[in-house]
Every structure is written in structure tokens, then in C-alpha cells.
Ligand binder design. Structure first.
Ligand code: GLN
Ligand code: ZN
Length: 760
């Protein structure tokens, strides 16, 4: 049985890609130097895969920024505003090409970047192609071909990977000039012709297999477009001179109908994800694939746990003889996991031996391939794998007290009905109370104090002194600006999830476990491995200190259970909902401790509530039930006068709009600045009758909004909600901004509020 993976991390084991890109953007290195770093990164990856014994090695999985952007540029799907960028007479072609490419990703003077959004339900973000009826797809680049040729020059035969036409178009959006109702999918035939031209070129260069990624097929929208799928691949497969075509699906099940269509299509291979309970339902259906090669995604490409080798071998054996050749593969690209566990020397060995990062997953795929081929060299490793699989969950992962507490919680996740709650804390505030979302700018002073403390260069006392000085400053500034509900500014937090993960039992954090979030932004998701509890209070000291410095109320600030899971690697041995409830219980302790310490407003951020929404609608209600339930466990331990706030970083709630109400928070702040307060109406229509803080200005841009602009937003909001329920705040935390932009912006926000209040 042969082996492959669907893709590999491209950032480099020492984040070389980030450093090279950022230097290039600053103008510190020329294009040629960036290119030489990236050429080295590709070579290293292919060699790593070859040394690990992977038989079929993918290429064109590298990207300078994002693979969807690469594909858009390859087919010249470039909005007009970028057309002339880089075209100055004094730039060479490569420099010009890169300037335009990065302008699409990051924006340039008069050209805002493409929108960025999440790649399915992962934490990777791609750039959304913008298309109109005037878009003329054409094969305008050579990237897949050049990478193939580069690998071939190293003696490595590869399988170029492309985002498939259906997925590309269904992830694109109509550009502003497109007429109402026009859909990018209308470009399918034109685009497929370009893919066909590319296949010709690849065949001529000697390519034998090409991989088309079509993860859109695991979504409801993809399922509704199976006819288009068939049309596209009938055309592509119909060519006489072409490489073999494999269509890969991942992140879920494709179902019987899609498999039927795959069978009809003139393609040679199909990739299926077999790593979740739902996707295993596709196992029994693969006989429907006829003689096509099956790329069996049995090693989880997006979580960090070792594969259960004996169980996986059983799965692979059950596939034999059902379809054509079976290739052992990962469920998706390894882009979503850190590169190498070998570097995590400080992890608890009990945990470490249960983990596999990208490099270790190559070994697992290799072992499975050798074991299936009956290779004698696999015997010893198999023996070890069997022993490991037979081991029970380590005692240190289990906390029976957590489980008992959850069980005994019973119905205690409900507060008195919202309408009946005392509103005394809110009554102390003026109408249209002003506040912020939590973080204040993380200055270099704050960052270096944290770094010095981590490295042991300053002791706890000195660290506390510096953080308190920062809190003093932030409180004084907020008082001076005239805000009504203050925050401590979160200077002690590196990241809203990692900070809590480091302080909860059941969570581990890594030193080098970087994963690309988008472009040159990488994150180190914590690993939630066991039952979660809170050994001691986390935020209480900082919040009470801040409260001691002012007579205004200070809002406590926590990260909610769903977000704590969404931005971590989580255990896969129990339902997500159970894990969320455990995290919620730990937060519940923090919430009640904050209240006991005199904090009257407590915000629980659920930035990722919508992100984690399953790709299939039929799974939504289950998800929302545990997501909402865990928020309520976290927040229902308080007196009814304590004001619970929630915050969400988006405004298009879509299907979760009614869930926002079920959270039972007293006030919810959301992003709204870019959508003209429309969501105030959406929420009202869904029956939302609580406090609402639609972000009145966009913190994602350094632009300082004028008083008049903010007044206009507030008046627009007041059309949909009565003054007694309206809060005034920016649309997200201020951590990434500088004081030079936030100070005037907040002053304008307070001034605009005063003017609107005067008319009430
Ligand atoms: N309280 C957090 C902050 O202000 C919320 C961040 C977020 O919503 N992403 O930074
Ligand atoms: Zn936010």
C-alpha cells in the first residue's frame, strides 16, 4: 500500500517564512532574497517527506501568503483596483508581481485588500476572491508548474495540488460591481477551461497525478452543487493528454450522492476523510467508487493526537477490495498542525508521548503503509503502537471531582428571568453607557515586561509593580476620557486563550507549536488534554486592583468556553460539549470570585461562537445547545444585579441570531461599524430585548472616526433599539492599536454620546 499526505506546513520550523515576508514588506530584502528563502523551504519540505518514506509527495502546497490567493492570481482573478499596482517603470517583473500579490493580501495605498475569512471550520484564514461578470479567467501564472519542475530538479517526482474550481468559485464572492443576484459559479465553464490548459502544461512537463482539493463538498452548499461538480470534472477528465486526477474532500463526510457522482466522473482518484465518527459512515459506501484509487484520510491532519494504529489498520483493511488501489493518507493538509514535536522538550512526557505533530504524522502514515504491505520492518513499531493503544487514559488526565461537580450542577445554570432581574447596577449609569471591549494597546513596554518576567529577568514583585503601573495609567486615561464602565486593559495577557490555558489544569501550552493563522500571523494553540479545572483565581487580583483605583465600575474580563475550545487543540476522546462544560465550570468559579471581590460587571468573550458552528446545518442545533449551555454554566452563578456582558467579533449572526438571546447575558457587544448597524434590526427581529453595544467604530483600521460619524451611527442604532438598552463601545479590543489612534477615537466616541444623550 502506498502513502501520501495532502499537504505540509509551509512556515518553516523556525518561522523562516514569516521573517522573510516581513523583511521583504519592510523593504529590508529584495524579491530575490525572499524567493531564495521560499525555494529553500520547499526543498526542505520535499526532502523531509521523502526521508520519512512518503511515496507520493505533493507540490504547490507552498504559498507566500495563502493558497486561495495563489489560485486566484494563477487564473488572473484580480480585481481592477490591483491591476496597476507594481507596474512602475523601475520595477522588474518579479518585484511587480509580488507587489501586486501582497497588495491583494494586505492592501496598498488606494486599494483595500481582499476580505479575509476562515477556511471552513479551521483557524486558517484565506483571502476571498472577488469576481464579477466581467472577470475573464485566464491561465496567467506558472506556479504549479515551476514548483513541479523545481522538485523534479531535485530528483523528486511530485503531485501538484490545486484548489479545485468548484471550491474556488464557491468560496469567492461577487465584487461590488456585480449585479444583484449574480453568482461567481457562473464563471465555472470559463474557469474550467483554464484549469484544462494548466493540465495540458503539467502533462507536457511529465506530471502523472494532479490533486484537486474540493472540501466545499462537505458543506450544505457544496452538496447542492453536485451537478456543477460533475460538469467541471467531466470537462477536465475528458481531455486525452492529461495527468491522472484525484479529487480530495476533507473536513467531513460527502455522503452517498457525491460518491455516486464521483463514480461517474472521468477521474482516477478520490480522497475521503475517515477521521470523525460521521465521516466513518462513508466507509461502507466506498464500494460505490468502482475501481478508482481511494486516498484514505485515516491520519487526522488537524488535531495533534497520535493515531490509534491498530484501529486505523483495521479501517484500512476493511477498505481493501472495495475500491481500486488504497493510498494511506492524512485527512487533510498538515497545514493545521505544528511542525515537529521533537522540539517540545518541556512538555510533560505523559502527554508528549500521546501527541503527533506534522513530522510525526508522516511517520504514522509511513508505518501504516508498511504494515499494510506486510513489511517486516514495521513489526517492532507496530508492537509499540499496540501497547500504546492498549494503555488506559493516564490518571493525571482524569479529575473525578470535575466530573462529579458537573453532574451535581443540575439545573443551576439558569439565572432569574432577565425581565425580573434587578437592574440597579445599570440604573447607576447614564443612558447610553460608554465602555470598551477590554484590551488597551499592548505597548512595547508592556510586552517587554512580560518577556522579562517569563525569562526570569524580573521577579514577580517587579512584574506586578509594572503591570499595576500600566493599569493605573489605563484607568486614569479612561477617567479622563469620560468613559462610564472601565476596564483594566489586559496588559498581563499574551493572548485571550493562551493566558487562561496556562492557568487552567488540563491544558498544556507549547514553545514552538506555531500554526499559520493567516499570512505571516501564526498562533500557538494550547492543547486541552484532560479534565479542566481552575487551581486558583486567575484575573481577580488584576481586576480588584483596577477597581481600587477608581469610583467608576470596572468590568472583569474572561474568555468564554466555546472560544477556549475553538482556538485550542482539544481532546477527541469525549464529545466537545462535555469539554466545554468543564471549561465553563472553571470559569464559573472565576466569575463568582470576581463578584465576591466586588466586581459588578463581568464580560465573558465568545469571539468564536459562530466560528465553531458546524459546516452542516443538521448539526447546528446540537452545537448551539452545548455552546449556549456552557456560557450559562459559566455566568449563572452570580447575583441577579451583577451585569453579565458578552462580546462577539462579528455582525453577521445568520443562524445564531436567536442563540445570542439564549446566552442570557445582560449586555452583548458586537461588531457593527462596517455593516451600518443593520444587526440591531436583525437582533430585534429575532426577539432580542437585552442590552446591546453595536460597535460604533471599526478598530481594525487606524483611522480615527469623527464625532459626526459616530453620532450618525448612534442615531441609526436608536432607530432599532430604545435608548435604555443601547451601549456605546468600539467594535473589538484595542490591543493591536496604538494610543495615537485610540485616544482621539475614544474621545470622539464619548463626545458623540454626550451630544446624542442631550437630545434624549
Ligand atoms: N476582551 C478581548 C480584548 O479586548 C476581546 C478580544 C476579542 O474579542 N477578540 O482584547
Ligand atoms: Zn472582538
Amino acid at each position: 500500500m502506498t502513502t501520501t499526505v495532502l499537504g505540509y506546513p509551509r512556515i518553516g520550523s523556525d518561522r523562516e517564512l514569516k521573517r522573510a515576508c516581513e523583511s521583504y514588506w519592510k523593504g529590508d530584502i529584495p524579491a530575490a532574497e525572499l524567493d531564495s528563502v521560499t525555494s529553500w523551504l520547499r526543498r526542505t519540505t520535499w526532502q523531509t517527506l521523502r526521508e520519512a518514506g512518503i511515496d507520493a509527495i505533493p507540490s504547490n502546497t507552498f504559498s507566500n501568503y495563502d493558497h486561495v490567493l495563489d489560485t486566484a492570481v494563477l487564473f488572473d482573478l484580480v480585481p481592477a483596483r490591483f491591476a496597476t499596482i507594481g507596474a512602475a517603470a523601475d520595477t522588474d517583473d518579479r518585484e511587480a508581481e509580488l507587489r501586486r500579490y501582497f497588495a491583494m493580501a494586505r492592501g496598498a495605498d488606494a486599494a483595500p485588500p481582499l476580505e479575509m475569512t476562515k477556511w471552513f471550520d479551521t483557524n486558517y484564514h484565506y483571502l476571498v476572491p472577488e469576481l464579477t461578470p466581467h472577470t475573464r479567467p485566464r491561465l496567467a501564472g506558472r506556479k504549479p508548474l515551476s514548483e513541479y519542475v523545481q522538485a523534479k530538479g531535485l530528483g523528486i517526482e511530485t503531485r501538484p495540488v490545486l484548489v479545485g474550481p468548484l471550491t474556488l468559485l464557491m468560496l469567492a464572492k461577487p465584487g461590488a460591481e456585480a449585479p444583484e443576484g449574480w453568482q461567481p459559479l457562473e464563471l465555472l465553464d470559463d474557469l474550467v477551461a483554464c484549469y484544462g490548459e494548466l493540465l495540458d502544461q503539467l502533462a507536457a512537463a511529465g506530471v502523472s497525478w494532479v490533486q484537486f482539493d474540493e472540501p466545499i463538498l462537505v458543506t450544505d452548499a457544496g452538496q447542492a452543487a453536485l451537478q456543477e461538480l460533475e460538469r467541471a470534472y467531466s470537462r477536465l477528465g475528458g481531455a486525452t493528454q492529461r495527468p491522472s486526477i484525484a479529487v480530495m474532500t476533507y473536513f467531513g463526510t460527502v455522503g452517498a450522492q457525491a460518491l455516486d457522482i464521483f463514480k461517474q466522473m472521468p477521474i482516477e482518484g478520490v480522497g475521503l476523510d475517515f477521521t470523525t465518527p460521521e465521516t466513518r459512515s462513508d466507509l461502507v459506501r466506498v464500494s460505490g467508487l468502482g475501481g478508482k484509487t481511494l486516498f484514505a484520510g485515516v491520519v487526522d491532519g488537524r488535531n495533534v493526537w497520535r493515531a490509534d494504529i491498530p484501529a486505523t489498520l483495521a479501517t484500512l483493511s476493511s477498505l481493501l477490495g472495495l475500491a481500486g488501489e488504497v493510498v494511506v493518507s492524512t485527512s487533510c493538509s498538515l497545514l493545521h498542525v505544528p511542525i515537529d514535536l521533537a522540539r517540545e522538550t518541556e512538555l510533560d512526557p505523559v502527554l508528549r508521548e500521546r501527541l503527533a505533530f506534522a513530522r510525526q504524522k508522516l511517520d504514522e502514515v509511513g508505518l501504516l503503509g508498511r504494515a499494510m504491505a506486510g513489511d517486516a520492518t514495521a513489526e517492532n513499531e507496530l508492537e509499540r503502537a499496540r501497547a500504546r493503544a492498549a494503555q488506559p487514559t493516564p490518571k493525571s488526565f482524569i479529575d473525578s471531582r470535575v466530573r462529579a461537580r458537573l453532574e451535581s450542577l443540575g439545573g443551576k445554570d439558569a439565572r432569574p428571568d432577565y425581565a425580573q432581574r434587578s437592574k440597579e447596577e445599570i440604573a447607576k449609569l447614564p443612558l447610553l453607557p460608554t465602555t470598551t471591549i477590554g484590551s488597551f494597546p499592548q505597548t512595547s513596554k508592556v510586552r517587554s515586561a512580560r518577556a522579562a518576567h517569563r525569562a526570569g529577568r524580573i521577579d514577580d514583585q517587579e512584574y506586578e509593580r509594572r503591570m499595576r503601573a500600566e493599569i493605573d495609567r489605563v484607568i486614569a486615561l479612561q477617567e479622563d476620557i469620560g468613559l462610564d464602565v472601565l476596564v483594566h486593559g489586559e496588559p498581563e495577557r499574551n493572548d485571550m486563550v493562551q493566558y487562561f490555558a496556562e492557568r487552567l489544569d488540563g491544558y498544556a501550552t507549547t514553545k514552538h507549536g506555531w500554526v499559520q493563522s493567516y499570512g505571516s500571523r501564526y498562533v500557538r494553540p494550547p492543547i486541552l488534554y484532560g479534565d479542566v479545572s481552575r487551581p486558583s483565581p486567575i484575573t481577580v487580583g488584576w481586576s480588584t486592583y483596577a477597581q481600587s483605583r477608581t469610583d467608576k465600575p470596572v468590568k472583569g474580563m474572561l474568555t468564554g468556553p466555546v472560544t477556549m475550545l475553538a482556538w485550542s487543540f482539544v481532546r477527541d476522546d469525549q464529545p466537545l460539549g462535555d469539554t466545554a462544560r468543564q471549561v465553563a465550570l472553571a470559569l464559573r468559579d472565576e466569575v463568582t470570585d470576581l463578584e465576591r471581590a466586588g466586581i459588578r460587571h463581568i464580560q465573558v468573550d465568545e469571539a468564536a461562537l459562530r466560528e465553531l458552528l458546524p459546516l452542516r446545518e443538521k448539526e447546528h442545533s446540537d452545537y448551539l445547545e452545548w455552546a449556549v449551555g456552557s456560557f450559562r454554566i459559566a455566568t449563572s452563578g452570580v447575583a441577579d444585579s451583577t451585569v453579565i456582558h458578552s462580546h462577539m467579533c462579528y455582525s453577521e449572526f445568520g443562524r445564531i441570531v436567536s442563540a445570542i438571546d439564549s446566552l442570557d447575558a445582560d449586555v452583548t457587544s458586537v461588531e457593527a461599524a462596517r455593516s451600518h448597524m443593520e444587526l440591531v434590526d436583525d437582533l430585534a427581529a429575532a426577539g432580542y430585548r437585552r442590552g446591546i453595544g453595536p460597535g460604533v467604530y471599526d478598530i481594525h483600521s487606524p483611522r480615527v472616526p469623527s464625532v459626526a460619524e459616530i453620532e450618525t451611527s448612534l442615531r441609526a442604532a436608536l432607530n432599532g433599539v430604545e435608548a435604555a438598552r443601547l451601549w456605546v463601545n468600539p467594535d473589538c479590543g484595542l490591543k493591536t492599536r496604538s494610543y495615537a489612534d485610540i485616544e482621539p477615537a475614544l474621545r470622539n466616541m464619548v463626545e458623540a454620546t454626550r451630544r446624542v444623550r442631550a437630545e434624549l
